[in-house]
Design a protein around this ligand. Structure first.
Ligand code: SF4
Length: 947
């Protein structure tokens, strides 16, 4: 593929920028007549996953309506291409069931009765409650909880301006384990693989078809393959990605680290590693293992100790654990070594998110990069922090002085993100309450494990005083809110986006298309909701106005951060906010804009994206500047320190920036792990997941020597759980759906609307000869769900699988719901904490303002599995370990498709068993967590100490 060019010449078939004001296409509906349609094209950024691809909105010049969305060729990461979810934005904005006005509950929470209210009333209500909480020193009772992130910069500004520690996120059900594995090596908690220039690509899970940074990465993986790179995929499932690979390694789930360490052993034993890189750029001199201390010893002796340490990870051992043939492991290890610095890989969810100890595969994978010297290289593994652009803003509020233990409790001091999925249990334990709760594009009742515990929490006004669901669509969670506040899709609001999509750094500008277009025509708007459908607002303006509502006269010191940098004392506008950032904080943008006679803001409104730099490799080797070195000292470990804080490292006598770790090198040996009570995990290791076969055997009281209760709590089955024990993989994605947000996209639900249970034929036989379409009952530790079987060889025997994204439900027949994607259910609490759900009616055609809803031909919305899962907080990373040990049987005569039962008393007991495995703070010096590890919306240092 031709690479991205700023003039757009890499995509000849996309509309060239000079024609965006009057783009002409023939009207397909008029065929065979040749009738021209004239469009105005306005760029924005897709909101349907984290990749942030560039969209072009096609606005029909006759109707003034957005007619479709296609790819923006001027976007450096997506290069004019989209996945199916990008163009489906058109369904979302025209969804006849969408929330168009701020709504307020009338009657009891969860009763489903709503009345329209005004934005002024919302601001007044929340402004008063939050002001009072802050003034009374109860700031921690105000919480913002984000599902799909976005507008991160203004959120951080807002929370710190309010002086509260109130940011919660979904990350601990998503990627925390992978993040911990990466950050222990190099502080950056995400990889940025340079797939396009790699010679060998290793993907753990289905990254090419549905993974993190899906479309931007997928096209570069294909670039790499077309240039000759080999592709290997480690995944228990024969995903579309695995089917395109040169090697498929169907590991037994949770054994991936064993395979990776066996590969490392091959590379070490055969001396195929990059010794110069390991010597220069790892902290090998700090290694203390198996009674050996490297300090004062030679590098060669240390390598011999490493070889001995990993001697147990023979390819034969890895084969026994994982099922992957030893000779395949050896062959791939040698190919990785041969690729050397051009070895790229990716791991994000999959094994990391599914398993107890899921952070170890990321650490083991990084060991392969370190051994091959493929860190920071062309075609290798780069750091997200090097490729993601983070803008600076004006007048930044100081960090908050407080620490919120509902977010970062003592038990999990190494969690990378907030322990958000445990919130209902924390409140049940009496750790606190919430006065004002904002959920933003967030549907924990449906997307989190243990959703019935969320319902119990949300309906309890003692625990949650006031709850606003900020959302573009109705959801299972919004149902239990006090306010449902309509927020915009990608073409209805502002935002800045940047991701580590390739070997470059870019920034994308999401913008409200109608407002931009009408302002170009001379209209003026105070707020975006005046130009959007209904009164759909955007978060930026909502938070600015809420901050003014909390502090109307500025006496609390909050309002000053939401005043214009250009017009002192006046309210900040979105043009002020983004204009200042583009004027002052994006290198090269003012110059590029000037060349075209535009302001930087006008340039971004015109193109929608800007590539900041391609100088991204080997940032660790950048020389420390004279200013960095002024007053600095070099300590005995060659770390350059300024006022005691590490700022660089001496390499071959030269002061270099290095990595953001305590040693400023890649941390092969993690002293942090030893200091924080995990001395057995100072090096990359493998330990058995909670769904390992030994744990399965222990769960049915079979003798097992391998089960280690130190890391894995024993499963206690509900008394009526029957059937064979299996591992359930519940987290693979479908490429065309995205959790709650695609529920109103008819193009997408037409493609996928069913999530059957994948069963290998070997296992189908054990299940009494189960066939595709048979009803199967799956028992978890806290309940069960009933769904259809799909018998397939594309899955390791002993494992069953069910996809993400499906099983939406609604408790009323036809109001405030996405009817094309949800089943109408009868939901009952049949005993204290005992919940039963049965489908009353599945999907069927219905009348609405969209004639297509009468043409809905599918009759299934899938089955909601996540709500039957207990929480499994990993004792180290804190991440929810998604894979489930389940018992599977054929459904009985009383079971119906979609039936669900859960006992939240059992889920609390499982929570307590997992919590008991954690090793709580304090750490050294009375710290709550290591100072060097990043934290979202970081408080000031004094808050890190337990008083
Ligand atoms: S990968 Fe698809 S859903 Fe994600 S941002 Fe790109 S087009 Fe949108």
């Amino acid at each position: 593929m031709t690479d991205f060019k700023r003039d757009g010449s890499h995509l000849a078939y996309c509309p060239p920028v000079e024609k965006w004001d009057d783009w002409v296409e023939l009207d397909p509906e008029a065929w065979p007549r040749r009738v021209e349609k004239h469009y105005q094209l306005v760029p924005t950024v897709c909101f349907n996953c984290e990749s942030a691809c560039g969209l072009l909105a096609y606005i029909d010049k006759t109707t003034g309506q957005i007619a479709k969305f296609e790819g923006n060729p001027m976007h450096p990461a997506s290069r004019g291409r989209l996945c199916a979810k990008g163009p489906a934005t058109i369904n979302q904005i025209h969804d006849p069931d969408r929330v168009l006005y701020p709504m307020k509950r009338v009657g009891e929470r969860g009763a489903g009765k709503w009345t329209r209210t005004t934005w002024d009333e919302v601001l007044e209500t929340f402004g008063t409650r939050i002001r009072k909480a802050i003034q009374e020193g109860r700031g921690e009772e105000v919480m913002y909880h984000v599902g799909r992130p976005g507008h991160d910069f203004i959120m951080e500004r807002m929370l710190q301006a309010w002086g509260i520690d109130g940011h919660n996120s979904h990350t601990n059900v998503c990627s925390s384990s992978a993040r911990l594995g990466y950050l222990l090596w190099h502080y950056a908690d995400r990889p940025s693989p340079d797939h396009a220039n790699a010679r060998f690509i290793l993907l753990l899970s289905a990254h090419l078809e549905s993974g993190h940074y899906f479309n931007p990465h997928a096209q570069r993986i294909i670039d790499g393959k077309m240039a000759g790179a080999k592709l290997a995929v480690m995944d228990p499932r024969l995903s579309n990605t695995a089917s395109m690979a040169d090697y498929w390694m169907p590991t037994y789930p949770g054994t991936e680290a064993a395979v990776l360490l066996a590969m490392a052993k091959v590379i070490l034993d055969e001396n195929r590693f990059d010794a110069a890189f390991v010597r220069n750029w790892t902290n090998w001199e700090e290694l203390e293992v198996d009674g050996f201390k490297a300090r004062g010893q030679s590098f060669e002796d240390t390598v011999e100790v490493l070889k001995k340490h990993y001697a147990c990870f023979t390819p034969q051992f890895a084969e026994k654990e994982s099922g992957v043939k030893a000779e395949v492991i050896v062959k791939i290890a040698r190919e990785i070594a041969a690729a050397g610095s051009r070895f790229a890989s990716h791991l994000w969810r999959g094994s990391a998110s599914g398993n107890l100890g899921g952070w170890q595969p990321a650490r083991a994978l990084m060991l392969l990069h370190v051994l091959t010297g493929s860190v920071g290289t062309e075609g290798g593994h780069n750091l997200n922090a090097w490729n993601k652009f983070v803008p600076k803003t004006f007048k930044v509020p100081p960090p908050q002085k407080r620490w919120n233990e509902l977010l970062y409790p003592k038990e999990w001091p190494l969690c990378t993100h907030e322990m958000s999925f445990l919130l209902p249990h924390f409140l049940k334990e009496g750790r606190g309450r919430i006065e004002a709760y904002f959920t933003r594009v967030f549907n924990p009742v449906w997307t989190y494990p243990d959703g019935f515990s969320w319902i119990e929490m949300l309906r309890d006004e003692e625990k949650v005083g006031l709850h606003a669901a900020l959302t573009p669509t109705w959801s299972e969670t919004a149902w239990f809110a006090d306010y449902v506040l309509p927020m915009g899709f990608s073409s209805e609001r502002h935002d800045l986006m940047s991701q580590e999509s390739y070997a470059g750094k870019w920034i994308g500008f999401r913008q409200p298309v109608n407002r931009v277009l009408r302002e170009r025509a001379g209209e003026k708007f105070e707020y975006t909701y005046q130009a959007n459908p209904g009164e759909v607002w955007e978060e930026d303006e909502f938070w600015i106005n809420l901050s003014w509502a909390i502090d109307p006269d500025g006496s609390m010191g909050i309002r000053q951060y939401f005043e214009s940098p250009y017009r002192p004392g006046q309210k900040l506008t979105v043009d002020d906010y983004y204009g200042w950032i583009f004027d002052n904080s994006v290198p090269g943008l003012p110059e590029a804009a000037k060349k075209e006679g535009l302001t930087p803001l006008q340039y971004m409104r015109k193109y929608g994206a800007f590539e900041v730099t391609r100088d991204v490799y080997k940032q660790n080797e950048k020389a420390l500047s004279a200013a960095d070195l002024a007053g600095a000292e070099v300590d005995p470990n060659d770390v350059v320190r300024k006022q005691g804080k590490p700022v660089g490292v001496m390499i071959d006598g030269k002061p270099m920036v290095g990595y953001n770790t305590p040693s400023r090198k890649l941390e092969l040996f993690s002293k942090t792990m030893a200091d924080w009570k995990w001395p057995e995990f100072t090096l990359p290791e493998y330990y058995r997941s909670h769904i390992h076969r030994s744990a399965q055997a222990a769960s049915i009281d079979q003798a097992t020597d391998d089960f280690d209760p130190k890391y894995t709590p024993k499963v206690e089955w509900p008394k009526d759980a029957r059937g064979e024990v299996y591992t359930l993989l519940p987290i693979f994605r479908l490429p065309n759906l995205i959790h709650t947000r695609s529920g109103n996209a008819k193009f997408l639900y037409e493609i996928s609307h069913k999530n059957p249970l994948w069963v290998n034929p070997v296992d189908a036989k054990k299940l009494g000869g189960a066939r595709t379409g048979d009803l199967i009952k799956v028992h978890t530790e806290i309940g069960y769900f009933v769904l259809h079987a799909w018998v397939t060889e594309g899955l390791t025997p002993g494992v069953v699988a069910c996809s993400h994204h499906l099983g939406r439900w609604r408790v009323n027949e036809d109001q405030q719901v996405e009817r094309m994607s949800s089943a109408w259910v009868d939901l009952k609490e049949v005993g204290k904490g005992q919940w039963k759900m049965r489908q009353v009616e599945t999907v069927s055609p219905y009348a609405s303002s969209d004639p297509d809803t009468k043409r809905v031909w599918w009759s299934d919305a899938g089955v909601h599995q996540d709500i039957t899962f207990p929480v499994h907080p990993d004792p180290v990373s804190g991440m929810h370990c998604w894979h489930q040990m389940v018992r599977v049987e054929k459904a009985g005569p009383d079971d119906r498709y979609g039936d669900i039962f859960v006992d939240t008393n059992l889920s609390f007991a499982v929570y307590e068993r997992w919590k008991a495995l954690a090793r709580p703070a304090p750490g050294p010096g009375g710290l709550r967590r290591p100072l060097w590890i990043p934290r979202v919306v970081r408080p000031e240092e004094s808050a890190y100490y337990i008083k």
